[in-house]
Design a protein around this ligand. Sequence first.
Ligand code: GLV
Length: 371
Amino acid sequence: MEITNVSEYENVAKQKLPKMVFDYYASGAEDQWTLQENRNAFSRILFRPRILIDVSKIDMTTTVLGFKISMPIMIAPTAMQKMAHPEGEYATARAASAAGTIMTLSSWATSSVEEVASTGPGIRFFQLYVYKDRNVVAQLVRRAEKAGFKAIALTVDTPRLGRREADIKNRFVLPPFLTLKNFEGLDLGKMDQANDSGLASYVAGQIDRTLSWKDVKWLQTITSLPILVKGVLTAEDTRLAVQSGAAGIIVSNHGARQLDYVPATISALEEVVKAAQGRVPVFLDGGVRRGTDVFKALALGASGIFIGRPVVYSLAAEGEVGVRKVLQMLREEFEMTMTLSGCRSLKEITREHITADWDTPRTHPRALPRL
Ligand code: GLV
């Protein structure tokens, strides 16, 4: 079947992958309300396109933390990509690099920071989980820095792993031929079978639940890399992140895999953008499947977006070629959206180009019936 949009890869992946693996990637927490909402909320934002503007040239380039990229579409960290395809994170790194965009490597990758760096040049960020053993963290951050990673995306929404019921039923565990490569030498690369999700047990054993704002400061004492705080959903935490020295904020609900019934990220975005007051860039992940979604996020003030599941699904379907296609399709759709909205560069995309369901009506209410 010819693939014509990013969402179509999900079904292909479902057919190709073992049930345990597909379920792991696809699942959200508990009722999966937020999982649906991450998509649905985009459909409640409509365009206010401007016409008769010369759109013969469209410039999608942008700069993220000082790095020039070809479009505001980047790759989110997703764990254990070799479950999806034998080339896993290597394929993703190559596809991102070919597209001129940023890849974020997960702490729980099945390829190490050094291995990913060896795929060739590319601008890469490293997603960090803070382990109880801070020596492990310090070592890993140093390795990422040495391997040329340009920023740390600190995940802050996972003191415990959310309840993903499919993983519990499947007794999800990393297949025995794979390891969490970054932790292999540290004796933390394996995941034991548990009477639960194996990953949930791993997190309960290793991840530091005491993590707090002071650790965001601590992290800055062990690395000079900029820190993106990933998992912010409120104005309050935005202000704290800025005060704590964050270089940027990622509005994320962890692909709806942590706390269920948090709002869609696209619904939380504007509150965060307002609270950030332009002091740091704000990014978004969660539910982006169309170029129109990218445009909506930028219109609400995001400096860029990250895609997660589309990468693992396309990886499962077609390896590096699939991930390249996903990036290409989103690029083309986003270019189309800019063209048809009358925006020639990212800075021309404004709040006036969209209307959200929480906006006060712009038009006069219908005339009252005559008495
Ligand atoms: C990994 O970060 C996961 O949410 O499963």
